[in-house]
Design a protein around this ligand. Structure first.
Ligand code: AMP
Length: 112
């Protein structure tokens, strides 16, 4: 999508602190980190949110989920980490290109 920020990062048109990439995904540091480690894992393909997922995306989503423990290990998050997917305006989604937040480093606050 031509005016999508994360599509532009995936295409290398906008700089980002990329920590991992392959043919399907790009992983970069969040520009406003909410924890010592705060990564964003995005598919190269433009998918607006979880709501747009279809069966054809199943292998991609499995790849993304299975990548998370490797990314966490590579960042030294041996004691645990948090993953978040915000969906829609009421879910706090600001960028409408699917992304998984990976947060860690120290003890994260609880939800309660
Ligand atoms: P969300 O609220 O789930 O849509 O998350 C969007 C995230 O993208 C926020 O945590 C922002 O800090 C982050 N963000 C926005 N612009 C950039 C950028 N240019 N590079 C890296 N992260 C960004």
């Amino acid at each position: 999508m031509s005016d999508c920020l994360f599509c532009k990062i995936a295409a290398g048109e906008i700089p980002a602190d990329i920590v991992f990439e392959d043919e399907q995904v790009v992983v970069f540091r969040d520009i406003y980190p909410k924890a010592d480690v705060h990564l964003l894992l995005i598919p190269r393909q433009h998918i607006a949110s979880l709501n747009e997922l279809e069966p054809a995306h199943d292998a991609l989503i499995a790849h993304m989920m299975r990548l998370l423990p490797k990314l966490a290990r590579d960042q030294g998050l041996d004691d645990g980490y948090r993953t978040i997917v915000n969906t829609g305006p009421s879910g706090g989604q600001e960028i409408f290109h699917l992304h998984l937040h990976l947060l860690g480093g120290g003890r994260l606050p609880g939800f309660g």
